[in-house]
Design a protein around this ligand. Structure first.
Ligand code: BGC
Length: 341
């Protein structure tokens, strides 16, 4: 395993940003930015042994700062949506930034994806990013010390470990917002998805949970056995029509939570997590534009498999609580593992 680092530009505020690259003996690699604790590139071998970059990203820091789509970034303090951009805790209402119509999305106007993190190598195969999210940031209570550690294994797995501590009770829900395309580009409709889930949290027109659960059986969201994403993207199921594709939280039954396979490259990715939910988002709202090396990006050009708690969880007692209590420690792991067939 080797760790190299190169400058990746300077933020508008004048801070230098670094791209760190971990490369294993097989030649697989991950490039990580301290800006947003972001996965900028992830190169995995295909069945011929050539390397394919399986995530969307940008070549320049200014594109990350402009920030369309949270490409590869760490999302927090609370990922996904919070209805009405406010939550109640201990009888008090906490108003948050309204950055998605009347609602709060992915931590607010300046979420964790827009901060420069402190980077520290951990051993020779991992990099740990940390930051202190101060009391009141984007409306959230308490100082939160958060760490995200990325480890690349010799077996071509990328392990992401989240750790956090707070000095006041606060909701916390962290995820990574990588856009996966296991063919390295083009539409993902022929890539095959399997999700170990028999129900989703039903959502309203604003992509907010209603509090009910909906079985996937008989809907276009039934990925209990692997099938091409086209089955969902090219159909007229009203569940997907409203969102222009898949943008749903699946309630996970078992681990591995999911697998994605490209018949073109033979690359298969499995997702393992200790979290109860996963938002499957087919990049429906991604602006059509050029990304890394001029590669075209746009709607259905990738799929995000965002492991997390359920959206708007503060609003529903039946959902697992996102509250991290003062003095408690949050520790959670998600692994994206790659092989070919
Ligand atoms: C959400 C989408 C949102 C997108 C923004 C996804 O995680 O599920 O609703 O539009 O992030 O990039």
């Amino acid at each position: 395993m080797a760790l190299t680092q190169i400058p990746f530009g300077t933020t508008q505020a004048g801070a230098p940003v670094t791209a760190f690259c971990l490369t294993n003996r097989a030649g697989a690699s991950v490039t990580l930015l301290d800006y947003g604790a972001t996965i900028q590139a992830l190169r995995m071998p295909d069945r011929q042994g050539s390397f394919t970059d399986v995530v969307l990203g940008y070549d320049t820091l200014s594109e990350y700062e402009r920030g369309d789509g949270y490409l590869g970034a760490t999302i927090g303090r609370v990922c996904n949506r919070i209805g009405g951009a406010a939550f109640q805790m201990h009888g008090k209402c906490y108003p948050l930034a309204k950055n998605d119509g009347e609602n709060h999305l992915h931590g607010g106007w300046k979420g964790f994806d827009k901060y420069l993190w402190h980077a520290a190598p951990q051993g020779e195969d991992a990099l740990c990013f940390s930051r202190l999210s101060p009391n009141g940031e984007e409306g959230y209570p308490g100082n939160l010390h958060v760490q995200v550690t990325f480890r690349l294994t010799e077996e071509n797995a990328l392990e992401i470990v989240y750790d956090a501590d707070a000095d006041q009770d606060t909701p916390v829900c962290l995820t990574n917002h990588s856009y996966f395309n296991l063919s390295g580009g083009g539409c993902v409709s022929e890539q095959q998805l399997q999700v170990s889930s028999h129900r989703i949290t039903e959502s309203d027109a604003h992509c907010l949970p209603t509090g009910r659960f909906l079985p996937v059986a008989g809907t276009a969201l039934d990925f209990r056995t692997s099938r091409p994403l086209a089955a969902a993207l090219d159909c007229d199921d009203p569940l997907l029509r409203a969102f222009g594709g898949c943008d749903h939280n699946f309630v996970l039954d078992v681990s591995p939570a999911a697998s994605l396979y490209s018949p073109e490259t033979g690359i298969e990715m499995t997702v393992e997590t200790d979290l109860p939910g996963m938002q499957v988002y087919t990049a429906n709202g991604l602006t059509s534009r050029a990304g890394k090396g001029g590669a075209s990006m746009g709607p259905h050009g990738a799929v995000c498999l965002e492991t997390q708690l359920f959206p708007n969880a503060m609003g529903f007692y039946a959902f697992p609580s996102p509250v991290l209590h003062a003095g408690e420690h949050l520790h959670s792991t998600t692994v994206y593992a790659f092989h070919t067939r």
